[in-house]
Design a protein around this ligand. Structure first.
Ligand code: F6R
Length: 253
């Protein structure tokens, strides 16, 4: 595991965007595994900026996203499909036919998960998978306790997640209660993994993920077993690691 220590969210995003650019420049038809959430927004912004300057093209890339809520249309502003269009795809030259996100409108979970697994396989696997991390160590929607051996599957959202999401919807009844997510096995099959984290609220879980026991109780801890993982964290997210195990860190400037 390579662990890069950066100054702040902007610096983290720049370093992460550099790693993704290098991947795309070395292999123009890369399969990019992408994530949503607040962590990757700056990375996408930086990639858009380099694309606009003519430094990078995604014309031949393919994209597969980690997850999507069940029951939301692609036009719903809370859907991950909408997030990806507005934060990334609409601003770059990727062919939208080459972008893939689980179909939240397919209510047949077995059918949708099998379809998504076969999409990933048909692309020849993921070249680089971008990940954020939840406060409890979740990656994708793989919450603590989920078996490591799963590919794409349907998860029942925790009551706390549903409550937390209520603020984005006009009523609690509209909040999705299920999501489709790539499983840990799908994520671990990616050739490279790039995990980004920013903020003091991620400091404890980052330390646990990197140095703690490998256990389904901390889903991201499995990444210790992957042979090509790069972690880019800002100084707050890596503050506990810096204090307890600074020898594991590469300091970027
Ligand atoms: C996003 C995803 C989630 C987030 C995680 C961190 O597609 O699958 O696992 O990466 O919840 O979210 P943020 O970046 O908002 O802190």
């Amino acid at each position: 595991m390579k662990i890069y220590f950066t100054e702040d969210y902007y610096h983290m995003s720049r370093v992460a965007a550099n790693i993704i650019s290098a991947q795309v420049i070395l292999k123009e038809n890369s399969v990019l595994g992408l994530a949503t959430g607040s962590s990757p927004v700056g990375t996408y912004k930086q990639l858009i900026n380099w694309h606009e300057k003519g430094d990078i093209s995604f014309r031949n890339c393919k994209a597969v996203n980690l997850d999507e809520y069940v029951g939301l249309t692609k036009e719903n502003e809370q859907s991950y499909a909408y997030f990806m269009r507005t934060n990334f795809f609409d601003h770059i030259d990727i062919d939208m036919r080459n972008t893939n996100i689980p179909d939240g409108q397919n209510m047949d979970a077995d059918n949708e998960c099998a379809r998504y697994n076969s999409v990933i396989r048909s692309l020849g696997g993921i070249d680089i998978q971008l990940l954020g991390i939840g406060h409890n160590g979740h990656i994708g929607f793989n919450e603590p306790g989920e078996a490591f051996g799963k590919e794409t599957h349907c998860v029942q959202l925790k009551e706390s997640t549903i409550k937390a999401n209520t603020r984005f919807f006009s009523s609690e009844a509209q909040v999705p209660v299920k999501a489709y997510t790539m499983g840990i096995k799908s994520i671990m099959s990616a050739k490279k993994i790039l995990l980004i984290a920013s903020g003091a609220d991620k400091a404890e879980i980052m330390y646990e993920m990197i140095t703690g026991p490998i256990t389904p109780a901390v889903p991201a801890s499995i990444l210790q077993l992957h042979n090509d993982v790069t972690v880019v964290g800002d100084k707050e997210a890596l503050s506990v690691l810096k204090e307890k195990s600074p020898e594991l860190i590469t300091f970027m400037n």
